[in-house]
Design a protein around this ligand. Structure first.
Ligand code: HEM
Ligand SMILES: [Cu+2]
Length: 851
């Protein structure tokens, strides 16, 4: 029905009526108001959550930076004993870990949650409560990981936690467990945010914003969130293996038992290299948004930039081996990965050249954000050049694990992410606070940081080439590195001073300062359409967008929006409402209702955090208890906040546009969220499959004799039962759609015992063949695959009972059956997982002629 609507030919808006406008505004205000006082912690709207996220990430940055200063103080003079060796190890590990996991990635999500909906001209993201949940997970996990240093038990195995140092509890204490479990927990929150952002860009665009009109910033968000979805899960798989080895002695990384420590390096760097681009692309995105504003014209090469960003994302997944050039891999793979590593310079270069071209064809206005952007470019290009050097295998053999690498990585990270981010802070500060920062302090902080940074890190190239290894806590006068190290330390403190100036500039109370004018930079993107003073609803009415820079190219837009002439200008039913559009052309599809303030997400995050923390200390009973609490809170949240049956099937959204108020199947954002989450889940699973084949290629005797394989017959029976369980879900969906609610419930519930019997048959297959996960890597791999299946079936059981209960209580009906569609989608992925595991355990050995 919506297909025929031509948005450019809608009937004209009704004449302006002041009383109506005020009444609508009052109703919107009531619905979107942020709770005040301590109730604020129940807020879920993107502007509150985004702000907390931002401040928390910067707090972790300051913490990690403080650790860096301690290290630099220790290294200032030879034979210093300010820090002990063991503390130094903890400091560099925690510094690297916090910078990468608690700052660089979360800050992307923080900024995106804060500004993405506004750049899209949307009211909020499609799952506000999910953002809040992700934030609380991040806060709890971050405090847990960082807090460990105050008890002297911080992780100390380096930010990449190499096995076998980390897999053997004799060498690495509680710190490694804190790292593994704490970070897995934080990764959950990163993935939650990524799902939210992907669905946001795909489905919450304003009507009319076709793909080729999507602002550059949003493209980058889409690409980066997609990368998170494919990069983090392999690390979660690795964390699982490593923790199973540490806690229960499973044989994954121990060569004596057929394990291989290199497997960890692969799983880590499959994550770790894309991570570098996950960090750096969002900052490029900030520059791509800021630059056109100060150039006063659209970005040159818009489509080229989008293509290059996508290209970098793809390439970056093929580069991980360049971190392993020195591990004795076959030469042919070294050359391949070396070439691929150089190739990534091409799409990166295209983006930078487009920026430079934009500056050349326009007169760039000077401003503090542009100062930071320029500094970023200079530092980053330098860091890129040393990157091209270390991507050459022979050079890397010299520079590996020396201070040259420390210099290189800080040039790329600080030039590539930190300076652009600070440009963004200065640029969007007036958007967030409606006050202006001091330009003078801004310039001071820039020059202090720029100078301090180069003073600190430029000399490290020489200390590295002169032979100073990274991660040493001290050195001797005779090494001849003393002067350069002193210079580095002085530089680091100057940098820190610059950051303090910046922090003062940001945090300075500006209560009495005048508000800024609307769109003070004269930008073209939608976030600057916000009224001054700001309102909690995002946009007064959701506009029709048909240009790339609407505030420049749609002259009447602001007035039309303010007068409520566009979509959803009112909140008659007292619900928070968004418009969901289709992926390609942004045709309006339906009106989605989202949940308001809630403590449920907080409770859910708290319980999940407790699960991870208690598991670190092996307090299993409490772990289970909080696990149940987590499930309880989450179900309650879903029960009260999702797929609510509307009071009427359609509503008038303004300008004669009539939209449905409920969606199911692949029209609904919830369906997409399940789809995307499960894609990430399958990626983690592929990490396990990768491990299986890695062992098979690396170890000649990986597959045991036929007698020690899990029993074929039992594997077949198990698979048959699991697939039968899947079919019950499909039938339940059919029956429900046909009106058979009782049968649908029965079928859903019947799937639970089928799954239990199926996984039971698989356990028996492995058990009766005498497979013991602590004995060989093969046994451990079989068991971890079965464990993976089992955990998913547990989730499946909970969801089946949940949907059955929804049907029973009339919250999921033959007409409104989104829950059933989402569950079915989930079971498709489960069936696929079961088939792949079956192929690995039963068919592959047969193919290899073992049976
Ligand atoms: C702000 C000024 C900074 C200073 C003064 C600084 C200083 C240092 C120092 C002294 C080390 C230890 C070198 C060693 O002993 O091997 C180090 C390591 C590291 N830094 Fe920074 N850093 C800064 C910012 C950052 C930022 C912004 C990031 C990332 C976003 C970062 C990521 C790392 C990583 C990943 C390591 C490696 C840790 C390891 O070896 O496990 N640093 N840094
Ligand atoms: Cu890399």
């Amino acid at each position: 029905m919506t297909e025929e609507i031509d948005l450019s030919k809608l009937p004209p808006a009704e004449p302006y009526d002041k009383a109506r406008d005020e009444a609508q505004r009052a109703r919107l205000m009531k619905v979107w108001q942020t709770p005040t006082g301590w109730r604020r912690i129940s807020a879920v709207n993107n502007s509150s959550v985004g702000k907390w996220y931002l401040l928390t990430s910067f707090a972790f940055f300051a913490f990690a930076g403080f650790l860096a200063l301690l290290m630099r103080a220790q290294l200032a003079v030879p034979n210093n004993d300010l820090l002990s060796q063991s503390l130094y190890n903890q400091l560099f590990t925690l510094h690297g870990t916090a910078m990468m996991f608690l700052f660089a990635v979360p800050i992307f999500e923080a900024v995106a949650i804060l500004i993405l909906p506004e750049i899209l001209g949307a009211r909020d993201l499609p799952f506000p409560r999910l953002s809040a949940f992700g934030y609380w997970c991040f806060l709890i996990g971050g405090i847990f990981v960082c807090g460990s240093v105050f008890f002297g038990v911080a992780p100390d195995g380096g930010w990449f936690m190499y096995a076998p140092l980390s897999s053997n509890p004799d060498y690495s204490g509680l710190g490694a467990d804190i790292w593994l479990l704490g970070l897995s927990f934080i990764e959950v929150s990163s993935i939650a945010a990524a799902v939210e952002l992907i669905v946001g860009v795909l489905k919450s665009r304003p009507p009319g914003m076709r793909l080729n009109l999507v602002p550059l910033y949003c493209w980058y968000v889409l690409v980066v969130a997609g990368m998170i979805l494919f990069a983090f899960p392999p690390l979660i798989a690795g964390d699982l293996l490593l923790e199973m080895e540490r806690a229960f002695g499973w044989a994954f990384f121990d060569p004596d038992r057929g394990g291989d420590p290199l497997l960890w390096q692969h799983l880590f760097w499959i994550f770790g290299h894309p991570e570098v681009y996950i960090i750096f692309l969002p900052s490029i995105a900030l520059i791509a948004t800021i630059l056109p504003t100060f150039a006063g014209r659209p970005m040159v090469g818009h489509s080229w930039i989008v293509l290059s960003a996508v290209g970098v994302a793809f390439l970056s997944f093929g580069l991980w081996v360049h971190h392993m050039f020195t591990t004795g891999l076959p030469e042919i793979s070294l050359s391949f990965f070396s070439a691929a590593s150089e190739a990534v310079a091409v799409p990166t270069g295209i983006q930078i050249f487009c920026f430079i071209a934009t500056m050349l064809v326009s007169k760039v206005r000077r401003s503090v954000p542009m100062l930071f952007a320029g500094g970023a470019l200079a530092i980053f290009v330098f860091g890129g050049l040393t990157g091209v050097m270390v991507a050459l295998v022979p050079f890397d053999w010299q520079a590996h694990d020396s201070y040259f690498v420390v210099a290189h990585l800080h040039y790329t990270l600080i030039g590539g992410m930190l300076f652009p981010l600070f440009a963004g802070v200065h640029y969007w500060y007036p958007f967030v606070t409606q006050k202006k920062m001091s330009d003078k302090l801004g310039r001071w902080s820039f020059w202090l940081m720029f100078g301090g940074f180069n003073l600190a890190f430029l000399p490290m190239h020489w200390t590295g080439v002169m032979g100073m290894p990274r991660r040493v806590w001290t050195y001797d006068v005779t090494d001849g590195w003393a002067v350069l190290n002193m210079v580095s330390t002085v530089g680091a403190f100057i940098f820190a001073a610059g950051f303090v100036v910046l922090a003062v500039n940001v945090l300075w109370p500006r209560g009495k300062a005048p508000l800024v004018e609307r769109n003070l930079w004269n930008a073209g993107t939608m976030e600057w359409s916000a009224e001054v003073p700001d309102k909690p609803w995002g946009v007064r009415s959701i506009p029709y967008i048909h240009t790339r820079y609407p505030l420049w190219e749609q002259k009447e837009l602001l007035g039309e929006m303010d007068r409520g002439e566009w979509f959803l200008p009112d909140a008659e039913e007292g619900k928070r409402e968004l418009i969901i559009t289709d992926i390609l052309d942004a045709r309006p599809l339906y009106v989605q209702r989202v949940g308001g303030p809630s403590y449920l997400t907080l409770g859910s995050a708290f319980c999940l955090g407790a699960v991870f923390i208690l598991a670190t200390f092996h307090l299993w009973t409490l772990t289970l208890l909080f696990g149940a609490g987590f499930v309880g809170f989450t179900l309650w949240w879903l029960w009260t906040g999702t797929s609510e049956i509307p009071e009427k099937p359609e509503k008038e959204a303004g300008r004669g546009l009539v939209l449905p108020t409920y969606a199911q199947g692949n029209n609904a954002p919830g369906w997409w969220a399940v789809f995307i989450t499960m894609t990430g889940d399958m990626t983690a699973f592929m990490g396990l499959v990768f491990s299986y084949f890695f062992y098979w290629t690396a170890l000649p005797n990986f597959l045991p004799d036929a007698a020690k394989l899990p029993g074929f017959g039992w594997l077949v029976i198990g698979l048959a039962l699991l697939l039968a369980g899947w079919i019950t879900a499909l039938l339940a969906r059919e029956r429900l759609a046909g009106g058979g609610t009782a049968q649908a419930m029965a079928l859903l519930i019947a799937g639970v015992p089928l799954a239990a019997l199926g996984i039971g048959a698989w356990c028996w297959a492995a058990w009766s063949a005498g497979l013991n996960p602590t004995e060989t890597s093969f046994d451990a791999t079989v068991w971890v695959l079965i464990l993976w299946m089992g955990l998913h079936l547990l989730l499946d059981a909970v969801m089946r009972l949940y949907v059955a209960a929804r049907i029973w209580r009339g919250r999921c009906t033959p007409r409104y059956r989104a829950d059933s569609a989402n569950l079915t989608l989930f079971t498709h992925f489960l069936a696929l997982t079961a088939v792949v595991i079956f192929a690995l355990l039963a068919l592959f050995p047969m193919l290899m002629g073992v049976v």
